[in-house]
Design a protein around this ligand. Structure first.
Ligand SMILES: [Zn+2]
Length: 486
């Protein structure tokens, strides 16, 4: 603020965002401070130190003595849960006087040997648990409701409220999800409302304070037609969300393009949301293929587009044509296909058009693909408009296939593998790479061609199926790890 810059929205985002900045000179200006609370490894050269660390509190003390900022002063070793509860409650009372924002405390088993014995689940250690303080709340007034249309046509109501500070953040609009939510919370325009925000969580409306109504409040009437293209809205009975089903709806077309160029999808640098909107308004791009066809030179003379930025944009568009297959799969915005599923799908084909030939059943055989996802993928590739779009992108030079990976020679040569369930020690994608590294092949489903099924926690139908086929060896993750060392 001293430099006349707007303050950062909140401490958490400021810290996380700062760490992502590549230019360290900017990062150093942010004056970040951190608490260190864990030592992963102590080099054996310094036997003296290693011998003293038997507990978590020893570790914090050691860090402190070495000159690091550890929560040495904040932490407390307590015995008995009653004492822990009392301490946490006391701490929460001082929350507003602390020189930093906290949203809770972590309670840990102090003895490192016990920590070791307790171990980890696949998600978290069994010897530590977070206790969240009560969420920050505030009251405000619901002024109006706006409706946003997403790339799948979903119409989301957003409440505009009188701006109010909650937990260090100014809040002026809050998603109110769908029609049922509005009814459940009994929301009316003009209502006084209680809102809350905990940690980095998006603000939510807790309730409307209906006792304070004066009779001037207005019922929220959900629109029957798309606020953007006026097409009638549709909602399947079992769903909560109203959708605009007009595939050419301007809002959806724009949102699809924004998704396509975004960082996690085709990652076309310096294209971005604002430019998609701008180019669309200018009539330069009307659909996804236009991203590769429009004359970037036409931007010269337009404010904000110097020769340098035009050439950068051109290069970025060109470079995106060579993105790996999983990115284009994700970029297409197929419903329920997130980044992880897109990666899993890409591993199973050489060519995006392979999906056109697959049945719903074949899709379901793939790991990470359930009934809903399989149907969504199947429907997408059955739609001739979508195939036309893919062919067009193919013609424009966007990579739609991947070079068949030369299978390596190794201990697993000629053997086939499949993983199912949650692995405790390995990430599945890493485990699969290890197999391929040793010359083995990953299959997409259980069949008589499969040699090894490696099962993690909660292995389901694939395990059942494999048990019925003679010749498939069923292994635990431990067995697999042993196999790797052979
Ligand atoms: Zn529409």
């Amino acid at each position: 603020m001293e430099e006349g810059l707007p303050p950062l929205a909140n401490p958490r985002n400021a810290a996380a965002g700062s760490l992502r900045i590549k230019d360290t000179t900017i990062v150093s200006k942010r004056n970040l401070e951190g608490f260190l609370y864990h030592v992963s490894f102590i080099a054996k050269q310094n036997e003296n130190i290693a011998d003293e660390v038997h507990s978590h509190s020893d570790m914090l003390k050691l860090l402190w003595e070495l000159g690091f900022r550890s929560p040495q002063k904040e932490m407390k070793v307590l015995s008995g849960i009653e004492n822990v509860i009392a301490f946490v409650n006391d701490f929460e009372k001082q929350r507003d006087d602390l020189p930093y924002e906290i949203d809770g405390m972590v309670i840990k088993v102090n003895n490192l040997e016990l920590q070791d014995k307790l171990g980890m689940t696949s998600h978290h250690p069994r010897w530590a648990i977070a206790y969240k303080f009560k969420a920050r709340q505030a009251t405000s007034k619901l002024l109006s409701v706006e409706y946003q249309v997403g790339r799948t046509g979903a119409v989301t109501p957003v409440a505009k409220i009188q701006p109010v500070q909650v937990g260090g953040v100014m809040v002026s609009s809050i998603s109110i999800h769908n029609e049922d939510y509005i009814k459940e919370k009994n929301l009316k325009i003009g209502d006084q409302i209680l809102i809350e925000r905990s940690g980095d969580v998006i603000p939510q409306i807790v309730k409307s304070l209906s006792d304070l109504r004066n009779g001037d409040e207005l019922v929220i009437i959900f629109p029957t037609h798309c606020p953007v293209c006026d097409h009638i809205l549709f909602k399947p009975e079992e769903e909560a969300v109203w959708r605009c089903t007009n595939i050419n709806c301007k809002a959806q077309v724009v949102e699809r393009m924004i998704h396509f160029v975004s960082k996690d999808a085709m990652d076309i640098k310096s294209f971005g949301e604002a430019n998609v909107r701008k180019f669309f308004e200018m009539g330069l791009i009307k659909s996804i293929p236009d991203i590769y066809e429009f004359d970037v030179e036409k931007l010269s003379g337009i404010e904000g587009f110097g020769a340098k930025s035009i050439s950068n944009l051109k290069l970025a568009i060109e470079a995106s044509k060579l993105q790996p297959l999983h990115r284009i799969i994700y970029a297409l915005g197929i419903r329920y296909v997130g980044e992880t599923t897109a990666k899993a799908l890409a591993q199973r084909v050489n060519d995006i058009f392979d999906f056109e030939k697959m049945s719903e059943d074949e899709l379901k055989q793939m790991e990470d693909v359930g009934v809903k996802v399989a149907k969504s993928i199947f429907d997408f590739f059955k739609d001739s408009e979508n195939i036309l779009l893919l062919k067009k992108l193919d013609e424009l030079g966007v990579k739609m296939r991947q070079e068949k990976q030369e299978s390596k020679e190794g201990a697993f040569s000629g053997q086939t593998f499949l993983f199912t369930g949650t692995l405790a020690k390995l990430k599945r994608s890493d485990a699969e790479s290890m197999v391929e590294e040793k010359g083995g092949k990953i299959l997409s489903g259980v069949s008589s061609k499969l040699n090894f099924l490696i099962t993690g926690e909660d292995a389901g139908s694939k395990l059942e199926k494999a048990k019925k086929i003679a010749g498939i060896k069923i292994l635990s993750e431990e067995d697999f790890l042993q196999m790797l060392t052979l």
